[in-house]
Ligand binder design. Sequence first.
Ligand SMILES: [Zn+2]
Length: 377
Amino acid sequence: MFTRRFTLFKLFGFEVKLDLSWLVLGFLVAWSLAQGMFPSIVPGLARETYWLMGVAGAFGLLFSIIFHELSHALVARRRGLRMHGITLFIFGGVAEMADEPRDAKTEFLMAVGGPIASFVLAFVFYQLYLFVGRDTPTAVSGVLYYFAFVNLLLGAFNLVPGFPLDGGRMLRAALWGWKKDLRWATRVSAAIGGGFGMALILLGVLVFVQGNFVTGMWYFLIGMFLRNAAGMSYQQLLVRDAIKGESVRRFMNPQIVTVDPGITVARLVSDFVYQSHHKAYPVVQYDRLMGIVSTDQIKTVPPPEWDRRTVHEIMLPSTSDNTIGPDTDVLNAWNRMSRTGKSRLMVVENKKLLGMLALSDLMKFLALKFDLERASG
Ligand SMILES: [Zn+2]
């Protein structure tokens, strides 16, 4: 749904990406500040001034979220974890980790870094607000006051002890360090996260019924998001436990139907798609992998041209996004699939295609494994 992202800039080597859905949050914040908060704390200014202050508030929020996520990322890097970058989307920001924390202490330090950064920023903005003068409210002091407030809110909200919020990560780290059982620690903190999400949903409904539609909707959506995220993070942990340490080779399918780059699209459809019923075909010439062609690419060519166009013209070249080595940990493949949304990877060694790794095969394996584990208690 919300997948269009672009890179804003690079900071300390981290890519800061903005998902277009963040603009919805930015607009809502600017709008509600210009309509409600600023006219009530700094009365008597022109309408345009309130809008300017609202836009400044939205940019301040953007800055505050980046600052918060960046401190997670910096702590993570200091503790030796690889990070992909920071993505800002409709519910705020996430620091995307390539690795999971290996020990409780690392997880705790990483989690606590965000709220501390937010509280520091809140303090700094509050001092600036005092310096500019709270006795004579102006547009600038109003905006500074909001910056202090929003950072305090960011810090406090994230301290709620429900996974995957920072407070929940801290709780998980504490439980993990105490009983040395990551699964149990995740289950407990994710359950609290899910409960907090449910409470927000109910609060949202209550506020909505009382006539505060935007705030109610907002609580409701954040509650839904948290509930989902809490449930998913526990499942992901189970998946990680189940497939960690296994190689891609074990799960790949070596029986693959490949096509020659020289054949026409018409032949691809009649001799391959309608014969073997696969969705995607690796393109191979003289034993060397060239790329992959799927029904998605066929659909971009109008049928009258199928006779004239070749597979070579429409295929996607093989890149590090759609290929993986046979001895890679299958968990890496899983992470890449969930990050890129690609459900198939070509398994390649020395430019030779060995097989295909499909998300559906991994899912089948997991279903069987969980089923047997449940049976054995
Ligand atoms: Zn955080």
